[in-house]
Design a protein around this ligand. Structure first.
Ligand code: SF4
Ligand code: SF4
Length: 165
């Protein structure tokens, strides 16, 4: 049996709350990119981590701490999830950094079954829209608590008016 680790895109699993269900479905059923392990008694998941977030142009090695946590479990192969493959502009820098530090580790690009081009485009569009949708935040209440009316027209709280007079 082949011991598998999975790296997901933090935007998909942390910001957008994917629980990796398609990755795990295909791993459990020996489908998608995991079908290759069927000849070796299948695959066993030993760890799943999200990426470490944006590495900037100079910090691809920040993912190594996450990778090390999988390496320590004795993985035979590390899969980058389909979301990383579809969305990440840093994937080649990540793989380069991983190969420099953990050269013998098998890296596989992809997890669940390959989608067609239209599905990938629709996935990317949906992710872009979800990431950019307006969410309530503390910025929505901060203006109302501030003495200086902000650009959205919030009035200062009454007690703050009194203190200032
Ligand atoms: S590849 Fe799909 S199912 Fe797997 S973690 Fe990414 S978004 Fe979720
Ligand atoms: S796009 Fe790349 S660096 Fe950004 S969260 Fe996803 S995997 Fe991580």
């Amino acid at each position: 049996m082949t011991r598998i680790g999975i790296v997901t895109c933090a935007n998909a699993t942390q910001d957008l709350a994917c629980c990796s269900h398609l990755c795990l479905r295909d791993l459990n059923e020996g489908r998608g990119m995991f079908s290759a392990y069927q000849t070796n008694d299948g695959a066993k998941l030993v760890g799943i981590v999200s990426c470490a977030g944006c590495p900037t142009a100079v910090g691809a090695g920040k993912i190594l701490g996450k990778i090390r946590s999988l390496i320590e479990t004795g993985v035979d192969a590390i899969h980058f999830a389909n979301c990383v493959v579809a969305l990440c502009p840093f994937q080649s820098q990540f793989t380069e950094a991983i190969r420099e530090s953990f050269g013998e580790t098998t890296l596989v690009m992809g997890t669940h079954g390959a989608a067609d081009k239209d599905t990938i485009t629709a996935f990317k569009t949906a992710v872009g829209e979800m990431l950019c949708q307006r969410k309530e935040s503390l910025a929505d209440v901060a203006g109302a608590m501030c003495y200086v009316p902000n650009a959205r027209g919030h009035e200062p709280a009454p007690e703050q008016k009194d203190e200032a007079s």
